[in-house]
Write a protein that binds this ligand. Structure first.
Ligand code: C2O
Ligand code: CU
Length: 449
């Protein structure tokens, strides 16, 4: 049984979104101008379950920004989506978020307009909520996968391209983990090593496996699962996987690999060093279960969403009703693109010709259970994300996966997936997490009243 929900500490932190310098092509390489919330790209903030985070965002960037807490079930007012849940935080301004995360796990945060440009320059951070381990691990390592799109002189290449935006996304030129080109670390021999693997890339899909050590999946998108051996697991953009590895004897190495690239690519190389641990059988204990409400599948209402290319008709975007507070909103150029390639149920996120906030894709009732049927009518995979909720993946027509909880699910070409959840009040974004796909139309929101 999990312990009762604890009363924790309060953390008052300041995140200054600003341009900083980094040598992303190696210590002898040129300087790149990165955008980050803290001194390091993908800085890690750790809380314990029950803790409250007060996060003050100070914007020193030349354009507006926000902080969206991806996967964390925050109140809608703290969800960090410019125009939908808060005004944009303009240059020189600040905005303070406050919430007590209700779940443990591996999460991250990022802005919600011009994500290709802002996240592309490094603007994302990692948020870990601890407190669900029945047995503490001996090491806890964050591996944030994200390419850089750099020219040889360290300057940025265009973050979006028509070819990429209309197909599988524009890819980086330099692969990296935690901002670095090669990640390695020492770990205690015979120790239990917790790996928190995040795919923060704009476009790339990775397929995670471990070679040279035994590995179990212990959480998906931060949600505890009954541990099962890791063969390989696909992570689309924004998806996370927590893995527990039993380190081999001292002096050995093992690797975390991405098998999706043409040649298996090492996400991390871990070397064991002598520690006072003995060889012993490895059968990981499950993490304490989360408090995410489970959908009542018998009485759930079903809704269908088709993810497709934009049709001509999709460009005819209606606006939200006149009496809606959002009807006064005009999306600025950071939050729309010039053109539209993608749609959800034949409706595209507005482009430069239609800057009014669109109506919700669906109206839901708070506290009620829903089954969403997601259908991919394109030849590309789409990692589909719903804000503010954790959903259960009930079935997937093209993947053989057990039922699991997630906030983002990979919808393969021509695939049909069913997800179930209990609706929480608010306006919640619902979109593909390939950054060019969401910016070029594959984005909308659902309204829960
Ligand atoms: Cu990572 Cu709209 O989200
Ligand atoms: Cu997509």
């Amino acid at each position: 049984m999990r312990p009762p929900f604890p009363v924790g500490r309060r953390h008052e932190l300041t995140f200054t979104a600003a341009e900083r310098e980094a040598r992303l092509l190696g210590p002898a390489g040129p300087v790149s101008r990165i955008w980050t919330y803290t001194d390091e790209p993908f800085g890690v903030t750790r809380l314990r379950l029950g803790d409250t985070l007060q996060a003050r965002l100070v914007n020193r960037l030349p354009e507006h920004t926000s902080m969206h807490w991806h996967g964390i079930r925050v109140p809608n007012s703290q969800d960090g989506v410019q125009y939908l849940t808060q005004p944009p935080v303009e240059p020189g301004e600040s905005f303070t978020y406050e919430f007590t995360p209700p779940d443990t796990g591996t999460f991250f945060f990022h802005p919600h307009c011009n994500e290709t440009g802002q996240v592309g320059r490094g603007l994302a951070g990692i948020l870990i909520v601890e407190g669900e381990e029945q047995e503490p691990s001996h090491a806890d390592i964050v591996l944030a996968n994200k390419d850089w799109r750099l020219a040889d002189d360290g300057s940025w290449l265009p973050f979006d391209t028509p070819e990429g935006a209309s197909r599988a996304g524009t890819f980086g030129t330099v692969r990296a983990v935690n901002g670095m080109q090669a990640f390695s670390a020492d770990v205690p021999a015979h120790g239990d090593i917790r790996l928190r693997i995040l795919n923060l890339d704009a476009s790339r899909m990775i397929e995670v496996g471990v070679e040279g050590a035994e590995a179990y999946v212990i959480a998906t998108d931060g949600n505890p699962v009954e541990p099962f051996p890791l063969h390989t697991w696909r992570l689309g953009a924004a998806m996370r996987l927590d893995v527990l590895v039993r380190a081999p004897a001292a002096g050995r190495t093992f690797q975390v690999l991405d098998y999706f690239s043409a040649e298996p690519w090492p996400l991390a190389t871990l070397k064991t060093v002598e520690a006072s641990l003995r060889p012993r059988p490895f059968s990981p204990k499950p993490l304490y279960a989360s408090l995410v409400p489970r959908a009542d599948l018998k009485n759930a209402e079903r809704m269908s969403f088709a993810f497709s290319a934009a049709t001509g008709a999709a460009n005819f975007v209606q606006a939200v009703a006149q009496d809606d507070p959002l009807s006064k909103v005009l999306l600025d150029s950071l939050c729309v693109q010039d053109s539209t390639f993608w749609a959800i149920n034949k409706v595209s996120w507005p482009n430069a010709d239609h800057r009014r906030m669109p109506p919700p894709l669906a109206m839901l009732q708070a506290g009620k259970s829903y089954v969403f049927e997601l259908m991919n009518a394109t030849p590309h995979p789409h990692p589909i994300h719903l804000h503010g909720h954790m959903f259960e993946v009930l079935s997937a027509s093209r993947s053989d996966v057990p039922r699991f909880m997630a906030d983002t699910v990979l919808l393969h070409p021509k695939e049909r997936i069913e997800i179930a959840f209990v609706a929480e009040r608010g306006d919640w974004m619902f979109h593909c997490h390939i950054l060019e796909h969401l910016e070029f139309g594959m984005m909308g929101y659902v309204r829960v009243v």
